[in-house]
Ligand binder design. Structure first.
Ligand SMILES: C[S@@+](CC[C@H](N)C(=O)[O-])C[C@H]1O[C@@H](n2cnc3c(N)ncnc32)[C@H](O)[C@@H]1O
Length: 192
């Protein structure tokens, strides 16, 4: 049946869902309110979800939710995604980024170009061949510079190693989010 996806975050999930099986491991680089983490956790019945947020409140809230929903396959880390390689010792099939600030949270705590880029490169190195990274990017204020820097970096990736595309709305307000999708086609490693 044809279904219309209206939100960029749902679009990102629909790409990831097609890639994952229950034995895979994955990363939610921006835990926030936990929507992507719960989505990943529901698919990875025999794998692990590594989730990161610099806000302790996001991690604490998620742990409470995990207890209530009996979620036991998530490792929620109160640290920046730029340090993800310190916590993950296996390759992963998917990494999801949802940039910007936490909805209904502190709008001054936002993802930043420098740390996002570092995390993106670490994510590419942790990603197994055939794996996918999704980035929901918002081109407003700090987000515009962040998105531009991500684009500059992604343009430099060898097309033999990665397929990179962006999906965006063309009939919505100019600051509407877009989804960047990166598929890894080889075992190449990126310089951090
Ligand atoms: C748009 S929200 C994420 C929303 C989340 N995916 C959800 O489902 O609710 C962005 C989150 O990134 C977090 N963040 C900002 N910088 C970060 C960093 N360096 N590492 C990890 N998380 C970061 C913010 O605290 C915020 O919670």
């Amino acid at each position: 049946m044809f279904s219309v996806v209206v939100k960029a975050t749902q679009m990102a999930q629909s790409f990831v869902e097609k890639k994952l099986c229950e034995y895979d491991n994955a990363v939610d680089a921006t835990l926030g309110n936990g929507n992507d983490t719960i989505f990943l956790s529901n698919i990875l019945k025999k794998g692990i979800v590594y989730s990161f947020d610099i806000q302790k409140i996001a991690v604490d809230n998620f742990k409470e939710t995990a207890g209530r929903l009996n979620i036991s396959n998530v490792i929620a880390v109160n640290d920046g995604h730029e340090n993800m390689d310190r916590y993950i010792n296996k390759s992963v099939k998917a990494v999801m980024f949802n940039l910007g600030y936490l909805p209904k949270g502190d709008i001054n705590i936002v993802t930043k170009a420098e740390t996002t880029l570092k995390a993106l490169k670490k994510g590419l190195n942790l990603l197994m061949t055939g794996g996918i990274i999704t980035i929901v990017a918002y081109p407003h204020e700090e987000g515009r510079r962040e998105r531009d820097e991500i684009f500059n970096y992604l343009k430099s990736l060898n097309p033999k190693d990665y397929a990179v595309m962006e999906i965006g709305f063309i009939n919505r307000y100019s600051n509407s989010p877009s989804v960047i999708v990166i598929e890894k086609n080889s075992s190449s490693r990126e310089d951090i």
